[in-house]
Every structure is written in structure tokens, then in C-alpha cells.
Design a protein. Sequence first.
Length: 331
Amino acid sequence: MIWLIWRLHRTESLIGLALLGALGVALTVTGLDVADTYRTMGLGTCLADAGDDGDALRSCNQLTNAFFREFDMLRGLVEWLNFLPVIVAMLLAAPFLNELEHGSFRLSWTQSVTRVRWAAVRIGTILGVAALTGVVWRTVMTWWSEPFGELRGRMEPNAFNFQGIVPIAYFVFAAALILAAGSISRRTVATLVVALVVFLPVRLGIENRLRPHYREPLTAVESADRQPSFPNVAAGEHDWVVANGFVDELGNRVSGDEFAALCPPIIREDVERIVRTEDGDCFVTNGLRVYEEYQPAGRFWEFQLIEAALYLGLAAGLVALTFWWVTRRLA
């Protein structure tokens, strides 16, 4: 059956290899540029030598901000690669979906190949290749994003989604989703539409709703003798700030409407620091301080395991549904 599977999948496999090869070349070229800029700007040396020196740290932060501004557009483009798992899964599953749509799977079942064996080999091969693609992809992306990780850590979504073990789980889940949808609908185009419609909300829902609360975030409140500022009241540069705002003298959180009533419109020197209000004493007068909720960088692997288990659990349920549907319901 392996030879037959290759014959059925070779066109889509070659397209997938060409796509991944093109992305690999693009990431290699841009990754070398990112790494060279990081070295040229001396960011690693600056941070290593700064220690606890406030002036040196401010200088390093300015360099860091300049580095990120230079590659803002590139990082924005890389975000679109969050769709890659579902695109690869579509290519891998397309021949399988085509067989189901046209009924040609029945021919295999008349050639001394049982339904169980046919389903196990076809589904297992697609999932295995998807997982292998995820391994290669996360390896490439880990190398590419290393300079950014040195500066901002791996907990923020742009880094977390492409490193560790979760990319492998994303590819497996996408493949399982398409297999399940295809086995039920037996319509290739409809399956691809369903996969896109379902995959994106699941990814965004887990990333925005569940991931910040895999564990209770730590909370830090700015000391009263500091001028309120964002970001990083107490969180380190590598921690992931999931929420921030203001508290009053008693430590109660101040809503947006309450803050607007207490203080005039804010004048900002830049997008990262609150400089003053119209009277200059609003924060002191009202006893306002900044709070942050954050997930420490040390929870990276714990969060990776939780999220990977979540996606692989969903994938297992979808695979079980696919296997049952193919072996019991198809005729």
C-alpha cells in the first residue's frame, strides 16, 4: 500500500515540498539578515554588560526598540505562517478526500485490503507526515526567531506559536480536522472551507482565551514613588504581560471610564510611556499606580505541554471519529 499511497499523493507532495522549500529559502535569507543586524547593533553585548545599570539598560532598550522597528513588517508577514499547518494538511489529505468523494476507495476494498487496514494506513500516513513536517518547521522557526527570543523571550504569541512542541500539535490537529470533515462530508471543496472556518477560531480562541490562564497569572503593582509607566512594572523583558491597567490607593482596579473621569487626556512622548496629563499631578493626586498581570518566562515549557496536549487531545478525538466513520458508515 505504501507504493499506492505515494502514487496517489505524489503531485500534492511535490507541491508541498516546493512550498516548504520556497519558505525555507525565504526564512534562511531573512534569518541571516536578522542575525547579522543583531550582531552589528551589539545587542547581545549591550545587555550582557548593562547589568543593573539604569542608564545602560535604557540605552539597550533604545537599541532593542530600533531593532524591532526595523523588522516590524517582516514579523507581521511571518504571523501569516500560522495558517501553514492547515495549508499543508489540505495538500496531504487532498487525495484521500478525492477518493471519498468519487468512491474509488471501494476498489481498494475489493483487492484483499480490509477497511480497517486501508483506513489505518491512509490516516496514519497523513498524520505521520504532518507531524514530521511540524518537527522540521519548528526547527527552522526556532533558529529564525532566536535573536527576537534573546530580547523579548519565547512567551509572547509570535514566538510561542512557532517554537517548542506546539507547532507539531498544530499540524497534527489540522490534518485530523480535515480528515474528519472530509470523511463526513465527502466533498473536497466543502471540507477545505470547513477546515479554514474551524481552524482559525480554534487557534485564536485557545491563544487569546485559554493560554493566558493555563496557570493563574502573577500580579505586580507599581510602587507609589514611581511615575506610572508601561510596560514592565515588575515583569521581566522575557515575561508575557497578559493584562495591565491602573489601581487606586486602596489597590482597587480602575476601569477605563473611571480613569477618564479622574484624569484629563494623556499626552504621550511615545507609544510606550505615559509622560504627564494636563495638570501634571493627576496620578499623584488620585494615588493611581500601574498593575500588570503576567506569565513568567519560566512557564514556557509547562504552557507548551498543556497546549500541545490540548491540540493532540482534539486531534485524537477527530481521528477516532474519522476511523469509525470510514470503517463503519461508508459503503
